[in-house]
Ligand binder design. Structure first.
Ligand code: FES
Length: 127
C-alpha cells in the first residue's frame, strides 16, 4: 500500500488556500517543537463566519496537505465550528496519514485555534 493516500498527494501537489490575507481579522502561528516546522493561518471573518482563510506552511508534505484540507473544511463555517475541527477529522478527510505523520495534522488544528483566539482577542480589544 502506498504510504500516502491519493487525497494527501493531491493536496500536497496542489494545495488550496495558500497565501497571506492582508488585514486579516485573526492570525495564528504554531510550531512543532520536534521537527521545527511552522504553520500560519490567516482568517477573514464577517458576522462570526469565516469568509476567507489562507495559510503558509514551512513544513513537510503532510503538514501542507493538512493545512490545505483544514482550510477547506473551515471556509464558510462559523468561528465556533472552526474550533471544533480536530486533527483526526483532518486526517480522516485526507483518507489517513501514516501514524508517524499524525502530529503534522495537529499543527493545522492548533494554528486554526490560535487564529480564532487572535480574532477574539482583537474583537474584545485585548490586542
Ligand atoms: Fe514537521 Fe510534518 S514533520 S509537521
Amino acid at each position: 500500500m502506498a504510504l500516502y493516500s491519493e487525497t494527501v498527494m493531491d493536496h500536497f501537489r496542489n494545495p488550496r488556500n495558500v497565501g497571506v490575507i492582508e488585514n486579516a481579522d485573526g492570525v495564528g502561528q504554531v510550531g512543532n517543537a520536534k521537527c521545527g516546522d511552522i504553520m500560519k493561518i490567516y482568517l477573514k471573518v464577517e458576522d462570526e463566519t469565516i469568509k476567507d482563510v489562507k495559510f503558509e506552511t514551512f513544513g513537510c508534505g503532510s503538514a501542507i496537505a493538512s493545512s490545505s484540507m483544514a482550510t477547506e473544511m473551515i471556509k464558510g463555517k462559523t468561528v465556533d465550528e472552526a474550533l471544533t475541527l480536530t486533527n483526526k477529522a483532518v486526517a480522516q478527510a485526507l483518507e489517513g496519514l501514516p501514524p508517524h505523520k499524525m502530529h503534522c495534522s495537529v499543527l493545522a488544528e492548533e494554528a486554526i485555534k490560535a487564529a480564532v483566539e487572535d480574532y477574539r482577542n482583537r474583537k474584545t480589544g485585548m490586542k
